[in-house]
Each structure stands twice: as C-alpha cells, then as structure tokens.
Design a protein around this ligand. Structure first.
Ligand code: ADP
Ligand code: MG
Length: 572
C-alpha cells in the first residue's frame, strides 16, 4: 500500500494544476494508525465534495466487544463515534480556504434517533472501523491548492481520528453508558412482547419537541406520568426499576380537549419504533418496532391492492379486490395504507383523527339513515378495528378528539388533560352504555391477499448510470421518476430517503424478475442488508451518498408509492 508520504508528494506535485489532476490522488494510503482512502474526487470545487474513508484496525481501535456484541449495540456505538468524530471535525470546517466547497469537512449528522448509517461501520468480527466523510478539495477557481488539502489531511484529520475513533482516547464511561442505554431499550422492547404491551412510556419522559422545526426536547415541558391504572413497573438491567404507562395490546383510544397533548403523545409513539439518544426525553418511550402511523394521503397512487376489507362496490363496478388508481381519495388512500401496512407485517396501527379521512374512520347514525349502508362503499375502520385485533393480531391506538364513536369498542380510554394522561376507561364505558352503538353493516372479515408481483419500468432499470436524488423529506427521484414520501411520518432522517432511492433502484435492477412477490423482494433486501450492510446496495465501488437504514415498513411503503412499478397478482 502507498504511504502517507507518497500522497503528500503526489499532492505537492499537482499544486496549481487544473482541478481534474486531483483525480490522481484516488487510492488508499497508510497513515500512522489508520488507512485513508480517497474514494471519489469531485469534478470541481463547486460539485458535491469528495468522498474519503478512514479505516482503523480492530486491534488499534480496541473497543471492548461487549460494546458491540449485539446488532443494536453495534449501531449505537457507530452512532456515538459518528457524533464524536463530527464534533472533532467541526472546528476545522472551512479552515482550509478556497473557492466553493473548498475546505468543507463533513460527516453524517445524527439526529435524535439512533440509526444504522453507512457513514460508520464496525466489523462485528474483528472490531475494525470504517468511517466515511466528505472533504471539499481546495482550489482557487479551478486551480488546485494542494497545500490546503495537505493541511486538512496532515494537520487537521489525524488529531480528529485520534481523538474520536480509538477507545483509549474517548471516555470509557460514555461508551459504557451508550451500550447500557441500548440494552435497557432493547430490554423494554422484549418486555413489551412478554407482557403483551403495544408501547411503554416512562414517567418523566419529555414528549413534546422544541418547535415544528426542532427535534430537540421542549424546555420546561410537563413531564409524563402514568395514571395508576395503566402503570407498569419494569426492572431494567442497568437503570433498575422504572415506572411508566403500558399501553396494552388491543384497542386504545386517546381523547381530550384540543391542545391537551394528544397528537404529541401519538408522535412520541410513532418515533418510539427507534431508540433515542440520552438526553432526548424519549429514551424510554418504546413502541413495538413494527408500528405504523396510518393517515389519509390524497392523490397517492395505488397499484393492485386488495382494499375490499374497507371498500366495496365502487361506482362503475370497480373491483376493490385488486384496486388501482393514480389519484386516490382520502378514504381509499387510508384503506390502502392500512392493507399495505398489514402486508409489511405491522402489529400496531397508530391513527390520529387530525390526519385521517373522516368517512374512513366513522359513519354516524343520521348519515346511515339518510344514505343506506347498501349505497355506501366504505366499511369504516370502526367496524373493522375489533376484528383486526382478534383475527389479525393488530392493535390500534386511535386519537379522537371529536367523535365518541370509538368509546364502545375501545379496551382502554386515555384522556390527555393538561398534557397528562388519565385513565377514563370506566367512565367512558358507563357513558357509552347509555348511548347506543352505531354499527355499520359489513361483510365478513377476510385477510387481504398479499400476492402482488412488482415489475419495474424502464426509468428505474436503465443500464446507464442511475441518477438518484433526495428531495428533502418530500421524496426521492430516480432518473426522471419521482416518488412522493412526504407522508411517511416515521422516516426520521433524509439519509433514510437516500437509502430508499438505492433500495428502489437496486431491487428494480436485481430483484424484480417478474416472479417474486413484494414480500419476497423485501425479505431478500433485508437479508442482504443484514449480511452486508448498506454498502451492499451500491452498484459501484463506493456509495455516492450517505445512507441510513429504513425500517421494513418504510421500504414497503416506498415501493408501494413508486409510480414506475406496475404490479400483477401471482396466481394462487
Ligand atoms: P392536541 O393534539 O391534543 O390538540 P397537541 O399534542 O398538538 O394537542 O399539543 C398542543 C401543544 O401543546 C403543542 O404545541 C405541544 O408542543 C404542546 N405540548 C404537548 N405536550 C406538552 C407537554 N407535555 N408540556 C408542554 N407542552 C406540551
Ligand atoms: Mg391533535
């Protein structure tokens, strides 16, 4: 392997040459205690910065295996190292000078959730560490300023690597606490299963965020406290005894006046599918990992989804056993979202009336008298929610501030009052008993069939270089085809959208062979990512962007929303 000295000489030789000469620096170089690889050199100082990786041998990084001996702990340690490295390079960002992005130093920015990211990978085998970063190779105009790059690579980076990627130089206590928090969080997730709970919210949790644009915890928020009737006490392996609210499996209704914290509670449950970092306020808010927030999503496309559980005899005799549309209504979109979530294996539905189609959720008595059930295509969710639990094992948490219809069918009713939950199950039951339940006539419950086979249109399969773009939180674009993901509220990070763009193009090119069902394709994808990590999705020697792993549920949801896929049904 070439040495650090070789690289320095090379860089000195190209000083003041034209920018493309930087390409000759591509390759791997042995520095004192790590290998630096220049994986991709940007085309000019204004283009996306160059991609550089740093590899530290397991024996040198020397993290005790107990810090990464489960998948979750490994992800938590990778996340911690990324944050530490990010803090280190921050002080040198743009310290080297030049035009455009010259001198930029960046690494994936981690938010409140702990996610598996391509930017940092620890090998489960030998503890070796790979970190990927971006560097803006300096130039003035298009003239190489390699002395500035030499400053970055020889004066700035070695200290950053030294201070953040070697166990001996970082706080052992911080590492231990990170692993312990992760073990406690995983313990709660296990405990949910054992105790038949859908979610747990610890006393003292801070659920609201600072603002609509900040995911940091709100200052001086009312801390969560469980009502006695729903209180559960857990014995965490590290933190010890912890009390909180256990939401039992079944049907839970959250009611309360406007502005009393209902949606905030539901949002916390939505994000409880991920582990949160210490200090977030939601460290011990843990939801079944497969929970899906379901909402109306007008105008989405739907392809060959069996929505007959909820919608039948549409005008014009359209078949709802394999329903397709380019422009769904509120109710058909919510029905499709639900059936697709079943296909993705969700065991918990999270629904907020604020973002639901009213006619999908309920139909009141007066309306039933005026428009007979026979004339109404929709079997509202309220008529299915009990069967979904009893016949398909799917629990629901429903936020409803304005309709009392769900009182009859709920197992638990929580009232949010001044941001605190009260258990009002008994009271609600008594009131409901005096008020007749309005039942809608509905067909027998039948599990939808999941036999859809996706095929990719040419926009996704093109043999030439694939162009992938992330449109913020709004969606992704592959070549000319864009997929709208803005309503997937459980996507926590744009790097997850970047990963979905890779997943979509990877599965279109390698997995959609016209015989595999959607489920089989997602299974294969997940196995591949489990085995080889996120770089497995790349079609070249390196990933051209940083990725964070999305959940199975969002992978389904993304493929379901891609208008370049057409679905057919496998014969039974
Ligand atoms: P609802 O859905 O019941 O109308 P929201 O959940 O939207 O109410 O909350 C209303 C407002 O109260 C939001 O601005 C939210 O940030 C704030 N809020 C929610 N929970 C708390 C809390 N525990 N402490 C302080 N403020 C809160
Ligand atoms: Mg609300």
């Amino acid at each position: 392997m070439k040495t650090a000295q070789d690289l320095k000489i090379l860089l000195q030789n190209i000083d003041h040459k034209s920018y493309p000469a930087y390409k000759s620096a591509q390759g791997s170089y042995q520095f004192r205690n790590y290998v630096l690889s220049i994986d991709h050199v940007q085309g000019d100082p204004f283009a996306s910065p160059s991609r550089v990786s740093i590899r530290v041998k397991g024996s040198a990084a020397a993290f005790p295996p107990s810090l990464y001996d489960t998948v979750q702990k490994k992800v938590a340690l990778q996340d911690l190292l990324l944050r530490l490295f990010g803090e280190q390079i921050e002080q040198f960002n743009f310290k080297a000078r030049g035009s455009g992005k010259s001198g930029l130093l960046a690494v994936s920015r981690c938010g409140q959730e702990i996610l598996e990211r391509s930017a940092c990978a620890i090998s489960a085998g030998d503890g070796g560490l790979t970190l990927q970063m971006q560097i803006g190779f300096p130039a003035s105009g298009r003239t190489i300023q390699s002395r500035e790059l030499i400053r970055i690579l020889y004066d700035f980076l070695p200290g950053c690597v030294e201070n953040s990627l070697f166990y001996k130089n970082i706080s052992a206590d911080l590492c231990r606490r990170t692993a312990e928090l992760c073990e406690d969080q995983e313990y709660i997730r296990e405990e949910l299963r054992r105790r038949s709970l859908a979610a747990f919210i610890a006393d003292g949790s801070v659920l609201p965020r600072r603002s609509g644009v900040s995911e940091l915890p709100m200052k001086n928020a009312v801390a969560f406290r469980s009502p006695e009737a729903l209180a559960v006490t857990l014995d965490l392996p590290h933190r010890g005894t912890i009390r909180g609210m256990g939401i039992p499996r079944g049907i839970t209704l959250v009611v309360g006046g406007g502005f009393h914290g209902k949606s905030t509670l539901l949002k916390a449950l939505e994000r409880g599918v991920y582990n949160h970092i210490a200090g977030d306020g939601r460290e011990y808010v843990i939801t079944s990992a497969d929970a899906v927030k379901l909402r109306a999503e007008d105008a989405r496309s739907i392809s060959q989804v069996d929505i007959s559980l909820f919608i039948n005899h549409l005008p014009g005799g359209r078949d709802t056993g394999n329903f397709s549309t380019e422009d769904a209504s509120g109710s058909t979109s919510q029905a499709a979202n639900m059936v697709e979530a079943m296909e993705a294996g969700s065991s918990l539905f999270l629904i907020d009336e604020d973002t639901s189609a009213t006619n999908f959720m309920i139909r009141d008595e007066l309306m039933q008298r005026v428009v007979s059930d026979a004339e109404e295509p929709i079997t509202p969710f309220i008529s299915r929610v009990r069967e979904l639990y009893e016949k398909a094992g799917i629990s629901s948490v429903i936020v409803a501030g304005s309709s009392g219809s769900y009182f009859h069918t709920a197992d638990v009713v929580i009232q949010m009052k001044e941001y605190l939950p009260l258990d009002i199950t008994e009271k609600a039951r008594e009131e409901a008993a005096r008020y007749p339940e309005v039942l809608t006539a509905s067909s027998a419950f039948r599990m939808p069939s999941f036999r859809r086979i996706p095929r990719a249109g040419s926009a996704l399969r093109g043999q030439e270089r694939i162009k992938r773009k992330v449109l913020g939180h709004e969606g992704i674009q592959i070549n000319k085809s864009s997929t709208d993901l803005r309503y997937l509220e459980q996507l926590a990070d744009t790097e997850q959208l970047a990963a979905l763009a890779y997943i979509l193009s990877y599965s279109a090119r390698h997995l959609m062979d016209g015989s595999r069902t959607l489920r089989e394709i997602v299974d294969l994808l997940e196995e591949k990512m489990d085995r080889e990590g996120l770089p497995a999705l790349s079609d070249g020697p390196y990933l051209s962007s940083d990725l964070a792993r999305p959940r199975r549920q969002e992978i389904f949801a993304c493929l379901d929303r891609c208008r370049e896929l057409s679905f057919t049904l496998r014969r039974q």
